[in-house]
Design a protein around this ligand. Sequence first.
Ligand code: NAD
Ligand code: MG
Length: 394
Amino acid sequence: MTRQRVCVLGSTGSIGVNTLDVLARHPERYEVVALSAMSRVDELLAQCLTWQPRFAVMPQREAASQLRERLREAGSRTEVLDGAAALAEIAAHPDVDTVMAAIVGAAGLAPAIAAARAGKRLLLANKEAIVVGGALFMHAVEEGGATLLPIDSEHSAIFQCLPEDRTTWRDRIDHIVLTASGGPFRSRDPKTLADVTPDQACAHPNWVMGRKISVDSATMMNKALEVIEARWLFDLAPEQIRVLIHPQSIIHSMVVCRDQSVLAQLGTPDMRVPIAYGLSFPERITSGASRLDLLTTPSLTFEEADAVRFPGLHLSWQALRAPEGSTTVLNAANEVAVDAFLNGRLRFDRIHALNAHCLGAIAPTAADRASIDGLLALDARVRELAQRQVAAWT
Ligand code: NAD
Ligand code: MG
């Protein structure tokens, strides 16, 4: 069997580390050819020494030169690339078959698009990329002949409930139900949300994740982004996407078919399951996840998401019904809001206020949505407005 040559973008993050864990279980199937990280030189160095990839990418020149120097001292032959364009270059490299897109935020859009255009097997964890790129992202996948495999657990669940032939999906699906854990504040008094600290927001009950997605889970903006992600991945109308809170995170999402048959995917909450499926599709490989024991599992419960506690959730449908490009606006506002919250510059309850403000204040133009560069320029405009608003509130 020829080994799949894998590039992991964001290899030092939560998804990146889980991906390497799955890859380590199957050395006969996979070879790591490239790793990348933003700033953690020590972690990337250790990964390079273990995996000996051909390439390591750090967009920042200073971090890259530190890594280069330390790899040289250790006698490693890994070549270090730097600069903003290096991520896209490596994602489209002819010696790469599979790209795990696990960068956080819109920063991952350009490399994900590059992988799509180059026809790679594209494992998409980076949901912000598809939220920003929308139709243009899907177009790049189609044009490049890429195989797009969802890694977000909900979307992997939906994907696992559907047949391989995508052309049958439209006629088959009545609607989908994305499940949400409800995060750490599912039953906290909404009046106290102004006092939430970053560490409280990042203490997720069921999943250990990066800080940005953890805050998104606490506001339920994560689910809002996932609604938008599902719209593009499965070509659904906004009203075909529903959200239910399911605190145990055992059912990862459901497809309700035209005949009202409901298909669900279950398992212990472990990201290695969707990662393993993305790597091995249409086959199955071991993932390292523990077995789901239904006899010792607490009962599975469901509730409606409370619109007072989680006002951000509904911005997804609002943005999807607004002119195209509005989901780019929502994402950019939210990235600024979360960053400001994590750095103590914005109150937790103002994350939603900022998102709603930007969505209302900036209307995307035809030029914005004509190209990826247009969307990125729109993203930059929103960030400017959002930063000014954050400053006005402090
Ligand atoms: P993380 O913060 O743990 O890791 C992010 C990775 O991206 C790191 O390796 C970091 O070095 C790199 N990175 C950050 N900013 C960058 C930039 N500007 N340019 C290049 N590289 C950059 O995040 P995570 O939790 O692993 O999440 C990654 C993506 O996967 C996010 O889009 C998230 O929404 C999605 N996701 C994560 C989980 C999860 O369980 N963690 C589940 C579903 C989806
Ligand atoms: Mg998810």
